[in-house]
Design a binder for this molecule. Sequence first.
Ligand SMILES: [Cu+2]
Length: 65
Amino acid sequence: MQSFNIPGMTCGHCKSTIEKAILELDGSAKITIDMDTQNVDVDTQTDTGVIVAALKTAGYDASPI
Ligand SMILES: [Cu+2]
């Protein structure tokens, strides 16, 4: 399990953009997004740096926590 803080998630569109970016890396990733804390938990074998880079491309600055 990896956790990221992703500031700037404000609506359902942000949520689906982030989910899509991660699922493109690993279609079986399990993603839990908490809009209140702006934290995202991802259950995947994908490298942390690869996830951060994909989210950056999608327009979000994700920090591993
Ligand atoms: Cu949004």
